[in-house]
Design a protein around this ligand. Structure first.
Ligand SMILES: [Zn+2]
Length: 542
């Protein structure tokens, strides 16, 4: 069956605690949701704040290919006539083809929050829906607190739907506004509504009981065909239902059509894009689209997925635009190492014994507190060191750093193929000073290391109970991406990449230094590796 998707990231999603979008962000997200094939995009509540009003002004220039933009607001205020209600006027002025209005379904809210009679509430719903229909709008009627209302006073809750339906509402959307309804109860209630009303039934769920996605799917199984949620599940309190998971489940497991299989392959990248604009990391464990959704760590699992991916993957990751990953850690078996080597095209170059030795080294390092799952660069360095035994480029003779009034000065002494070099440099903080100084020592001999840029730096205390005597792990992220380089185009043979290295010590400076040395050493080993491969290619051609 065709299920209509309704994304409310730009309205309900922005009510999430950490979420704030500028008008420009909202326009970009609306475009992206349209590209993904979402049917309705709820842009905001024009009557509630100037930013949303501005969004609808700007959105007039949006040429959406597929989606309908919808403005959100409440039924008219009890004391206002419909013509004089500012909120309703703003909804019409937003100029969208569709309007979503919410009305009260729960008698408690009617008597306590609004302080009006049940009949007055029914009149307000009917008048508002009819007025919007008379203005040529498609109307989605959001029955706020429908499930709580139904449980408290079924007859009244159903009469509110009747009022909206009779006035011409195109969709009756049942909302679990407080997110407290469990799936079996919700399914029964949707089935009852379905048996009493023709036309489109919608579902809008929140995740306060951690079952928002299950609730949405159950409602659809009971006959709803319009589903509201937010990609990434943003929203007030514990969030709205995660529309990305709903879409994937409907398409891949329940045989329904939403955005279709081609667009489904853009699901992961769309979720990442929205997270980027929200300035939040996409949750790694997010179902279907997260980085860890198809990541395998246990040795037994890895060995099996390499033979047949369905042994530990519920769907093929490519269907939603994600990909399989295999992590290397102390839980690894030989298969994890082999997988990584295959990814890097190095599997044939290492003997079985060398792979075993590499795995032992990984396990030993993890035991000491290194985290090689996150530090792909450190693992790659181990591999290259195993392939190029004895190649080292430089030895560190000594390093020191002094901090005076917040200003750091480092002195580094290294032994290189051109003899001993000693340099001094200052920087913003000890890590920066050491970084500048080590490059100064090496860059005249190896100019390419100037391309490597530090992009992120994280420190984690490993055994915090020991207080200041605890071990620390420093994870440093690097890139040779042009965006991180101040000067010059890339060399033609240079691959753009980012990687992480890790250092562990009782001393944060030493841990940082180890991660720094490994990153630069890795870059140099990559160059010789590339040269070795190039030589091998030439030799084969001859
Ligand atoms: Zn909501």
């Amino acid at each position: 069956m065709r299920i209509h998707t309704f994304d409310t990231t730009l309205r309900d999603g922005t009510q999430g605690e950490a979420i704030s979008f500028s008008v420009d962000d909202k326009i970009l997200i609306a475009r992206k949701l349209d590209e993904l094939g979402i049917d309705y995009i709820e842009g905001g509540w024009p009557g509630s704040n100037p930013k949303d009003k501005e969004f609808f002004e700007q959105a007039r220039g949006l040429k959406l290919k597929h989606a309908k933009l919808t403005a959100f607001g409440s039924t008219r205020f009890a004391k206002n006539s419909i013509e004089d209600d500012r909120n309703v006027r703003e909804l019409i002025d937003a100029g969208t083809p569709c309007i979503t209005i919410f009305g009260k379904s729960w008698d408690l809210h009617v008597s306590r929050a609004l302080g009006i009679t049940e009949n007055e509430n029914l009149t307000i719903i009917a008048e508002t829906v009819r007025y919007l229909k008379d203005h040529g709008k498609e109307v989605v009627y959001d029955a706020e607190h429908f499930f709580d209302g139904y449980i408290n006073n079924r007859d009244f809750a159903l009469r509110t739907l009747e009022a909206a339906k009779h006035a011409g509402a195109d969709v009756l959307c049942l909302c679990d506004t407080n997110g407290g309804t469990l799936t079996s109860f919700l399914a029964q209630i949707v089935a009852d509504v379905r048996s009493r009303f023709d036309g489109i039934i919608g579902i809008h769920t929140h995740n306060d009981s951690e079952v928002a996605v299950a609730n949405a799917l159950a409602a659809i199984e009971k006959g709803a065909s319009h589903v509201q949620g937010c990609l990434n599940g943003y929203g007030e309190r514990c969030g709205n239902s995660n529309l990305a998971s709903i879409i994937a489940n409907l398409e891949l497991k329940l045989g329904h059509t939403t955005i279709g299989p081609d667009k489904l392959q853009s699901l992961a990248s769309t979720c990442r894009y929205i997270a980027e604009l929200a300035n939040l990391p996409l949750r790694k464990d997010q179902a279907y689209v997260g980085q860890s959704a198809f990541a395998h760590k246990g040795g037994v699992h890895v060995s099996a997925v390499m033979k047949e991916s369905s042994t530990y993957e519920h769907v093929s990751p490519e269907l939603v635009g994600n990909h399989q990953r295999v992590l290397v850690s102390d839980l690894s078996g030989r298969s994890n190492v082999l997988y990584q080597l295959q990814q890097q095209g190095l599997a044939d170059r290492m003997t079985e014994q060398a792979r075993r030795d590499l795995l032992e080294r990984v396990k030993e390092m993890e035991f000491q507190g290194y985290d090689l799952e996150a530090a792909d660069g450190t693992f790659e360095l181990f591999v290259l060191q195993s392939l190029q035994p004895g190649v080292n480029f430089f030895e560190v003779e000594s390093y020191e750093v002094h901090i005076k009034s917040g200003h750091a000065t480092a002195t580094v002494r290294v032994n290189t193929q051109n003899g001993i070099r000693t340099e001094t440099a200052s920087g913003h903080g000890p890590m920066n000073a050491l970084d500048v100084c080590l490059r100064k020592c090496l860059s005249t001999i190896y100019p390419r290391i100037q391309d490597v840029r530090l992009t992120d730096y994280k420190v984690r205390v490993l055994d915090s109970k020991k207080g200041t005597a605890a071990k620390v792990r420093v994870l440093v992220e690097w890139s040779d991406h042009p965006a991180h380089r101040p000067e010059g185009p890339l060399c033609a043979d240079q691959k753009v990449r980012s990687w992480s290295t890790v250092g562990v010590s009782d001393d944060v400076i030493e841990a940082s230094w180890n991660a720094l040395v490994d990153a630069l050493r890795l870059e140099l080993m990559r160059l010789t590796e590339a040269n070795a491969s190039a030589r091998a290619v030439v030799e084969v051609r001859r």
